[in-house]
Ligand binder design. Structure first.
Ligand SMILES: [Zn+2]
Length: 395
């Protein structure tokens, strides 16, 4: 059983023949995955009639910010997306990926096409991981302290009920743990690759472990192919814990391009903002429920950017330097919106920066008065400012 992506197309990347095609096959997934299908990857039907990377989830599941994973898929399989990777962190991802596929094409083919190993850490993070076991962030645990501190501080800073929000680490190194990998293979959502019997799941898990160990590139699973993602997660029916998931590979990418000092806090703060939106029911705001899906997505994402910026620079929040956060956001905002000629998709970088600057400015004002706005007060200010924020690139 194999996934649809062909080794040849990946080698095309490896050989540097990636080109920008004319047609647009822009991802259409909203920022919050809405139920049974979560698009993590491309949409070309596979030889089994499946679509590569459509993870099946319970209908009540909500997952934000899949554009990290989408960006990675575009880097792997440019035939499906015309949006060429062009940001520093995606260039870094491609470099890591090229090294793997050039050095070890057989191992790549087995892990990616036959065993779908790249989605196993995501499945585990969504369905199994909790704070009941110690969580380590970064390949060597180097971000554990700062992310856990941000988790505590953001919960204290914002007034929403947040004790229930769990912070978990998505790690490729879990691929060496056959019990954990087998549990993911038994999840019922995506036969024939998943939904395996206990015996078959253990067989596949053993194969994954041995391939990862055999590899001289994957560093025991510490590779972005497995963990280039971060998201907020919850279910409408409360059947699974509310979570913020931080992937090691994404953190490694931003460290590699010089933003290891700000990316963990900034990405976390953006994901926490999506929990604010969920708790306060902002996904049912008029602007989140009316208009085209890209416009609704833009509203939600710009609001999350604004909340994040407010927290990051507030003197009682993360107290980060505004200029430094802006430098990070210049890079961060490029990754989510490859369709720059479609201003409705996640917001253009200009709009996202305008939303962030609104957050910075609002933090400045609040600080003068020595207080922290409630999440509702901030929301109301954001809604009032919204037409102005999107004006630079309004449709
Ligand atoms: Zn988001």
């Amino acid at each position: 059983m194999r996934r649809n992506i062909l080794l040849g197309s990946c080698l095309a990347i490896a050989l540097g023949t990636v080109g920008c095609q004319d047609q647009r096959t822009e991802p259409t997934a909203p920022s919050t995955g809405t139920g049974a299908e979560l698009r993590l990857q491309s949409t070309t039907p596979g030889r089994l009639g499946l679509k590569r990377g459509r993870l099946k989830l319970p209908p009540s599941a909500r997952v934000t910010d899949q554009y990290f994973a989408e960006a990675a898929r575009r880097a792997i399989d440019p035939d499906d997306y015309v949006c060429p990777p062009s940001t520093p962190v995606i260039d870094w991802f491609i470099g890591e990926f090229e090294e793997f596929i050039i050095e070890e094409p057989f191992i790549f083919d087995r892990l990616y096409n036959d065993l779908w190993a790249d989605v196993i850490p995501t499945y585990e993070a969504l369905f199994f991981l909790t704070e009941d076991t110690p969580q380590e962030f970064g390949y060597d645990g180097e971000y554990t302290h700062v992310i856990q501190k941000t988790h505590r501080d953001a919960k204290r800073f914002w007034d929403i009920p947040s004790d229930q929000i769990q912070l978990v680490a998505m790690k490729g190194s879990m691929l060496l743990d056959t019990d954990r990998v087998a549990a993911a293979y038994e999840l019922p959502f995506m036969p024939p690759f998943f939904g395996l019997s206990e015996e078959d799941a253990l067989d596949s898990a053993s194969a994954v472990r041995s391939l990862v160990l055999q590899s001289e590139v994957l560093d025991g699973g510490n590779h972005p192919l497995f963990s280039f993602n971060a998201f907020a997660f919850w279910t409408d029916d409360g059947s699974l814990p509310e979570k913020i998931v931080m992937g090691d590979g994404l953190l490694a990418g931003y460290e590699a391009v010089g933003f290891g000092d700000v990316a963990p806090q900034a990405i976390y703060a953006h994901e926490f903002a999506h929990h604010i939106q969920n708790q306060n029911d902002y996904f049912n705001d008029p602007l989140a429920t009316q208009g085209d899906p890209p416009e609704r997505t833009r509203y939600i994402e710009l609001m999350a950017d604004a909340y994040s910026a407010y927290y990051l620079t507030h003197k009682r929040g993360a107290t980060m330097n505004r200029k430094r956060v802006e430098q990070f956001l210049q890079v961060f905002f490029q990754i989510g919106d490859c369709a720059f000629d479609n201003p409705g998709h996640h917001g253009t970088p200009n709009q996202r920066m305008a939303a962030a600057q609104f957050g910075f400015d609002t933090a400045d004002e609040a600080q003068k008065q020595g207080h922290i706005l409630t999440s509702e007060q901030f929301h109301d200010l954001f809604v009032a400012a919204y037409p102005e924020l999107i004006a630079p690139d309004a449709v």
